[in-house]
Design a protein around this ligand. Sequence first.
Ligand SMILES: *Cc1c(COP(=O)(O)O)cnc(C)c1O
Length: 452
Amino acid sequence: MSKKQKRYLLGEDEIPTQWYNIQADMVNKPLPPLHPATREALKPEDLYPIFARELCHQELDQEHAWIDIPEEVYDMYKYYRSTPLVRAYGLEEALGTPAHIYFKNESVSPVGSHKLNSALPQAYYCKEEGVTNVTTETGAGQWGCALSYAAKAFGLEAAVYQVKISYNQKPYRRSIMQTYGAQVTPSPSMSTRAGKDILTRDPNNQGSLGTAISEAIELARTTPNCKYTLGSVLSHVTLHQTIIGLEAEKQMEKAGEYPDIVIGCFGGGSNFGGIAFPFMRHNIKEGRTTRFIAAEPASCPKLTRGQFRYDFGDVAGYTPLLPMYTLGHNFMPANIHAGGLRYHGAGVIVSQLLKDGLMEAVDIKQLESFEAGMLFARTEGIVPAPESCHAIAAAINEAKKCKETGEEKVILFNLSGHGLIDMAAYDQYLSGSLQNFEVTDDDVQANLDAIE
Ligand SMILES: *Cc1c(COP(=O)(O)O)cnc(C)c1O
């Protein structure tokens, strides 16, 4: 590890007080989500039965570029923000690259990932309108932990459906959720109609984010005073995550640099959009030429091999139809350890931006992601989340290109979380039993063809 690691932090009065809504500045706005029954353009009111009202308006807001962060949320942000921006000298030295590599360390939040940035406002807006219960789905458990913490912070009850494979493989995140007082159920379960339908068709179904979303939405719809919350994909979630990029912008200024390349790992797009959009606004408005790269797993390649079209966000077809890059809502990703990246679709904003060439996407194989994570841990001292390893791998690839060309590019990536609760995955890597998963073109096409 290098002794030169340098951290940039913001003072309390420098933490941004507004989120950035890129929809307002986009030349081609995202197409409207469609009501699943009528197939007409969704209005905020259509979402009221599911989400807190303020969030429904944020979701479809294509007008206001800046949204005030409520004071109560800001106070909770200050428990862990600003998060450090770090110059990764150790990684640079190990790679022998002339590139300057920076990472934004979102792993310092109390739950170990960026997810709290949106869990806090979502719980707050629910509380504000008199909601008493919140429900959600979680994959690897990061979002469930964040929501459980936020529910406790604002005095709400939380019920979490956790993807069954993760519930069994990652028991510690379940324990964290329960420690914060949440009720956790493995999905698919027999407690909802959606869950029963899935288990009747396939009794050994190990669950996916799609199945768990169906169950949580059903619970919210059938329980009084209960709202659903989502940890990724939706535009209001990404809006809240822009606190990452807005802080990073100020911190890069303190470092006297501006990024040539911004990288985030990609599940539904919230941490990628969170770090990228504040910088992308300068591309849109001032003609800057920063590159933005989303790093997705090769086993769940919606951005690099999916299709741009309307599709459901869940298996049961409860969600609105979203105009997005998708592998089909029945796509069952392989059981890679980066549980947070096992989702069939991409957010509508990112999908439009990718279609319009304002950003790029790369896919990373599981073994390559862990190799990158190992190097990062050994040079920068932080064991990264399996999801974040994808961003690190993409950053390393760009830094290696700089070595070939001799270019001194500035690379910024988001470290979305730490991997201290994912050590079973590292164990497998260290023992040599971790493997790559291939997706065939036929798999992709079969699921796309199945969309009505
Ligand atoms: C959930 C999660 C992700 C993926 O979700 P996005 O919405 O794409 O950011 C990435 N990293 C970590 C640590 C996560 O918990």
